[in-house]
Design a protein around this ligand. Structure first.
Ligand code: F6R
Length: 602
């Protein structure tokens, strides 16, 4: 989603801003822009498409210009199509205020009507242009940009983050967040604002995590933070972030996605550190007593991880678990109380619907917990307990290693609350977990090779079913999602038992089915679905552990491991299949069309 960046300091802000926008490209965007201050006037440059295009235009138009104050933006369209006039930054009608904005202004129609009555007109389709003019209008009324900004932001509704400059005070940059991410990086004689810390980590590791409605004022050599509503000064601690910028680079892999798939064994190892010791899983910061119920909320791949977690927690710990898509959870009438632990699963910690779901859970008096990858992200600062997944930065828009790390976290919760730690099954899982990383590491190259062969077979198909039961069901949903996202081929994930209840009508020669099987009580049942599809001339590829024989047209055998741990071997196979098809179809693997890494709007 949109990326905001701001620089103030003694160096060339234009250069820093272009570099930062490139580092935030992975968030997903369709246009980009920059504004800088020079001799108390603003220059805006915007382009549709990649940041490389913006760089080229900047180099042609203002090659030798430098500026100590600049703002930049990558836009993911919400109001109006991707085009130059809708790209950010936006400027007020009188030219005195410029703004970059991430998120949505909910009452923009109301503000628009008020401004039109005052004689304002607009050239873009965006809520941002209305916001910048509203701020300017308030600045006139209040007799100062800061006072006007405060008044305007107190009136504006929505979830957003902004950074702005004004000719009324060219020595400052102002910024604020409400429901969308924004961080303040503290350098040596320079400050950075960004939606994402990867935009400034090559310059500083010192970060202030801004909270909602905290107004930041940046000058060349100092900064201040105050409450938007009371004006009280807020002293925030500066945190030193331990984040390896190296791991956010491709390191010889053709795509970030491939690199991140290959990082999964390391992620498994990393996520077990401090949790697995003396043959037991202990999550020391979780209460010892089982919560009476767990209600998982999440979106997309994180939701599928949650569904997988339901099977694991109910099987191993016997705790009733519900799993719900966060965008449904947030608006539904709910019967939850303090006996329910609401568990939010999110890689980014910034997904708008999951953030809103957490806020509602707190209002309802539920206990809250997050499984999250990004330290200091919005959700981690809202919930009672956080289980960090330690997957490292996930740059590819399509999630891979994050799901593995979420499943490990969920399995750890299941084992932590396991009702029978002395059982054979518990010991088997612990033994399996101890070897899991090396098993996955060993099989990845061969799995990639086979995936590339199956990709040839699949690349011209127009439609896919992914079927599974038990633990294979959430994996089937994820397999179908990865295929859709990466290749733009239609794919549906189904519980294999649902086939007869409608979807089977779609089966014909051109449909390819990927059937997922474990060597468990469901294997035979999924086999029945395979036969039914074959009886209607559909082709089937079965992905199953070695030794499990099916009637599928093609059998892709993976090494066998302990029960549900088989999921950690199956998941990379599904990821690599979609990845390989996407490569053959020459798709933009790391940045599929229309997608954003961090969905910070509803
Ligand atoms: C799929 C994908 C998305 C995310 C979803 C939730 O590959 O990446 O479906 O899983 O947008 O994001 P987080 O986990 O950041 O809340």
């Amino acid at each position: 989603m949109c990326g905001i960046f701001g620089y103030i300091g003694s160096d060339n802000g234009i250069h820093y801003t272009l570099e930062a926008l490139q580092l935030m490209e992975y968030r997903g965007y369709d246009s980009a822009g920059i504004v800088f201050e020079e001799e108390k006037a603003f220059t805006l440059i915007k382009t549709v498409g990649k940041v490389a295009e913006l760089k080229k235009t900047v180099n042609t138009r203002v090659a030798n210009t430098t500026s100590s104050k600049a703002l930049g933006h990558t836009r993911w369209a919400t109001h109006g199509i991707p085009c130059e006039k809708n790209a950010h930054p936006h400027q007020s009608n009188d030219g005195s205020v410029v703004i970059v904005h991430n998120g949505i202004i909910e009452n923009y129609q109301e503000l628009r009507t008020e401004l039109v009555a005052e004689g304002y007109s607009f050239i873009s389709d965006t809520d941002t242009e209305i916001l910048v003019n509203y701020i300017e209008y308030m600045a006139q009324k209040e007799g100062g940009i800061k006072q006007g900004l405060v008044r305007a932001l107190q009136h504006v509704k929505g979830a957003f983050a902004i950074a702005l400059m004004s000719t009324r005070d060219t020595s400052s940059i102002y910024a604020m967040r409400r429901g969308a991410p924004l961080l303040l990086g503290i350098g040596k004689g320079e400050y950075f604002l960004a939606s994402d810390m990867c935009a400034f980590l090559q310059h500083t590791n010192d970060v202030i995590f801004l909270d909602e409605n905290e107004l930041v004022t940046l000058h060349d050599t100092e900064y201040s933070i105050e409450s938007l509503y009371t004006g009280e000064r807020i002293d925030k601690s500066i945190e030193s972030v331990d984040f390896d910028i190296q791991s956010a680079q491709k390191q010889g892999y053709a795509h970030y996605m491939l690199k991140e798939i290959y990082e999964q064994p390391d992620v498994i190892e990393q996520s077990l550190i401090g949790k697995l010791s003396d043959g037991k899983i202990v999550l020391s910061h979780l209460p010892k007593e089982q919560p009476p119920r767990i209600h998982i909320i999440a979106c997309g791949t994180s939701y599928y991880a949650g569904l997988w977690g339901k099977y694991a927690i109910e099987e191993l710990a016997g705790i009733p678990v519900e799993v719900e898509i966060a965008s449904e959870f947030r608006y539904r009438k709910k019967a939850l109380d303090k006996n329910t632990l609401v568990l939010a699963i999110t890689q980014s910690g910034e997904t708008a619907d999951t953030v809103a779901g957490c806020a509602i859970a707190r209002e309802l008096g539920c206990k809250t917990m997050a499984i999250c990858n990004v330290v200091g992200s919005t959700i981690t600062r809202m919930v009672d307990t956080v289980l960090y997944t330690q997957a490292g930065p996930e740059i590819s828009v399509a999630s891979t290693k994050a799901m593995t790390s979420q499943m490990i976290a969920l399995l750890c919760i299941a084992l932590h609350y396991s009702s029978n730690r002395e059982s054979e099954q518990y010991r088997e899982y612990i033994g399996g977990l101890q070897h899991l990383a090396s098993t996955v590491r060993d099989i990845l190259p061969q799995t990639e090779k086979i995936a590339r062969q199956y990709a040839e077979l699949c690349k011209d198909k127009k439609s896919f079913f992914y079927l599974g039961r038990g633990y294979c069901y959430p994996l089937a949903l994820e397999g179908a999602l990865k295929l859709k996202e990466l290749t733009y081929i239609h794919a549906e994930g189904y519980p294999a038992g649902e086939m007869k209840h409608g979807p089977i009508a779609l089966v014909e020669k051109s449909l390819m089915t990927i059937a997922l099987l474990f060597d468990d009580e469901f294997g035979e049942k999924t086999q029945s679905a395979i036969s039914e599809i074959q009886a209607r001339e559909g082709q089937v590829i079965a992905i199953a552990p070695l030794g499990l024989v099916t009637t599928a047209d093609f059998e892709w055998h993976l090494p066998k491991t302990v029960d549900l741990l088989q999921s950690f071997i199956m998941l990379p196979a599904l990821q690599l299949l979609s990845y390989s098809i996407a490569c053959l179809l020459d798709r933009n693997v790391d940045m599929p069309r229309n997608l954003a890494k961090s969905v910070t709007v509803e």
